[in-house]
Design a protein around this ligand. Structure first.
Ligand SMILES: [Zn+2]
Length: 470
């Protein structure tokens, strides 16, 4: 090779190098070449990059985080069997059609959906009734006059945790009253209660749970029960006489359990919380009758006004709002907890419901679920509308309650594994009272009323060893 070609080649190389340097460091073409069909997500990232140079590496990471959070939410909805909601969440993710995680989750959901089974008959769903749990057994079972009553009517935190763990392992899934049936309005304006399709994978069984008297009455405050529901970092926790807020009752225990096992909840449903009014709700002394400025004149047993009553009403309302957002339903349980049964006059019943609506409804919101105080029904098992076979008193009470906005009625009935009546424009359900009395019966060899849910051996393993013998 002669000298000239070497010089020419070297010169060319230098020119190419200079061009590369110019392109890399000055890039005169940048910015002008955005493809016109650029999609929303890419253009958003582009804007972030240009407006804040140091964010070059963090901005796509943030966008990625947002996508991962959205995918996790969709996955959680799918775990709760709410596949349509999950698919909608995926479709709202930018670029979902080309995101491998979205593609595989969509395929997974499609696969599961194709194999779902409609629950055969929504009148075959059990409903378990609980009371406030005993959180401190040493205080509750201290041998005083109330200890025997607690042993009969309540279960302990340990027992409740054992029960839900066992039910979960056996494929039970929590549904709400409105998952079982809902009012449908026909073209002519008439409303009828209709079963709703409950779609679950094979091997899953719907079940309802409820807690009565979520009021934290003053009488139980020193006996090892929670004393108040409070909000702590956006979550519902229990207060208990000066202890740090914790999981001392059903709501925070079940919230935490479902956080870990979302497949224990159908579409986010948890349970029904029944509240009375005479001592306020959730541990807040919000009743104007018993804790307002004139309380002593209203009732000598309630002579000490709550000076923070208005503030407490607001706090209780915040708790109610969070409970509902977290999948809990709230039910009316009468204002003064006296039975709605035959011994109660029509006038006394209507006055009680009006007082509940005046003092409790503004805090917990409207509800169409009535959980009968003491569990006693207004009538017999015949249809509420059976004019031939219900008493006049039952018929008028039902008409009043229905006109007052109640569509779901729950009593206590441990004679059958489940009892649901859907007729006309109402649903009525019997509830099994899960409590110490039932455990004692089972342990002493009497009928196991929970046999369809838990065997005798399972009950034996569930019962708290600290529970006093009957
Ligand atoms: Zn009650």
């Amino acid at each position: 090779m002669g000298l000239m070609p070497v010089i020419i080649l070297s010169a060319l190389l230098v020119v190419v190098l200079i061009l590369i340097i110019i392109l890399v460091f000055f890039n005169p073409f940048k910015k002008k070449e955005d493809p016109p069909e650029i999609n929303v997500n890419e253009s958003r990232i582009e804007v972030i990059n240009e407006s804040a140079q140091p964010a070059e590496t963090t901005a796509p990471a943030q966008a990625d985080d947002a996508v991962q959070t959205a995918i996790a939410k969709a996955r959680r909805a799918a775990a709760m069997y709410d596949y349509d909601a999950a698919l909608e969440m995926i479709a709202a993710i930018p670029d979902y059609a080309s995101n491998p995680d979205c593609i595989s989750l969509t395929a997974e959901i499609g696969d599961t959906k194709a194999r779902l089974i409609k629950w055969s008959d929504n009148t075959k769903i059990s409903h378990l009734r609980f009371h406030t749990l005993i959180a401190d057994t040493a205080l509750a079972f201290d041998g005083d006059q109330r200890a025997a009553s607690y042993a009969k009517t309540t279960v302990t935190v340990t027992e409740f945790k054992n029960i839900i763990q066992k039910l979960y392992e056996k494929g039970f899934v929590l549904v709400g009253m409105h998952d079982i049936a809902e009012l449908e309005t026909a073209a002519d304006g008439s409303a009828a209660m209709k079963q709703k399709a409950i779609l679950l994978p094979a091997g899953k069984t719907p079940i309802v749970i409820s807690q009565d008297d979520l009021n934290y009455y003053r009488v139980t405050a020193a006996d090892g029960f929670a004393t108040k529901l409070v909000l702590a970092d956006g979550k519902i926790k229990c207060e208990m006489n000066g202890r740090e807020p914790g999981d001392y009752d059903i709501v925070p225990i079940l919230d935490a359990f479902i956080e870990e096992h979302p497949d224990f909840s159908y579409h986010g449903s948890k349970g029904i919380l029944a509240v009375t009014g005479y001592e306020g709700v959730f541990g807040y002394r919000t009743s104007d009758t018993h804790f307002g400025p004139d309380c002593a004149a209203n009732d000598p047993l309630y002579a000490v006004p709550n000076v923070n009553i208005e503030e407490d009403k607001k706090k209780a309302a915040e708790v109610a709002k969070t409970l509902k957002a977290e999948g809990w339903e709230i039910a009316m349980h009468g204002w003064n907890h006296a039975s709605f049964g035959a011994a109660r006059t029509y006038e006394s019943l209507t006055a009680d419901v009006e007082l509940w609506k005046k003092e409790v409804e503004p805090i917990v919101g409207k509800t169409d679920i009535l959980i009968y105080p003491t569990g006693e029904d207004i009538g017999s098992f015949r249809l509420y509308t059976d004019a031939e076979r219900q008493t006049e008193l039952t018929l008028t009470k039902y008409e009043y309650l229905k006109n007052s906005g109640f569509n779901y009625f729950c009593n206590i009935d441990a004679s059958t594994p489940y009892w649901v009546q859907i007729s006309g424009s109402y649903l009525r359900q019997g509830r099994l009272n899960v409590d110490g009395r039932m455990f004692t019966e089972i342990l002493s060899g009497q009928k196991n009323r929970l046999e369809h849910l838990l065997s005798n051996e399972e009950i034996r393993a569930i019962v708290d060893p600290i529970r006093p013998a009957a």
